[in-house]
Design a protein around this ligand. Structure first.
Ligand code: T46
Length: 136
């Protein structure tokens, strides 16, 4: 049986009567030391993002507000997951083509990465990705 491309981790919720508080820490929700954090927000209506894969990068994506549909493709299978909760994180390892669709206007997608930004780690061409996936 093939392993699911969608790997979700539970993010501990420590909110109380004052409001919410979610925790991502090493050894807990975070399976790797974080070297970079970025967040995607204010996405214009109808815009999709991503359309690339990474050769080495590991990331944990948490939708801390609103919702977004994440599409993952390994060269043969595609799986989709809607992220709409700060209680779930999506782990995306290397070798997966990712696209982000259907951003809600209030979506804030926070991404924890295990390496600094490196454009040479990206595969942004779909044909190149298919060759890369076939060779793995
Ligand atoms: C990913 C998905 C989920 C930087 O200079 N530093 C950074 O840390 C990042 C993430 C981007 N950039 C630059 C590179 C581009 O000129 O910001 C611009 C927009 O990046 P990009 O078009 O790659 O953004 P997305 O939303 O398509 O993809 C991003 C991440 O780049 C990518 O690693 O997995 O979010």
């Amino acid at each position: 049986m093939k392993a699911s491309l969608v790997q979700l981790v539970d993010i501990p919720q420590r909110g109380d009567s004052r409001g919410g508080l979610s925790v991502a820490e090493l050894g807990g929700a975070l399976p790797f030391p974080v070297r970079r954090v970025y967040w995607i927000y204010g996405t214009e209506p109808g815009v999709s993002r991503g359309f690339h894969a990474h050769k080495k990068l590991r990331q944990l994506c948490v939708c801390v507000a609103g919702s977004v549909r994440m599409s993952l493709f390994d060269g043969r299978h595609e799986e989709n997951i809607v992220l709409d909760s700060s209680a779930k994180g999506l782990l995306i390892g290397p070798g997966l083509w990712r696209e982000m669709h259907d951003f809600s206007p209030d979506c804030v997608l926070m991404v924890f990465a295990d390496a600094e930004y490196d454009e040479s780690d990206y595969i942004r061409n779909r044909t190149e990705f298919m060759d890369y996936a076939a060779s793995r």
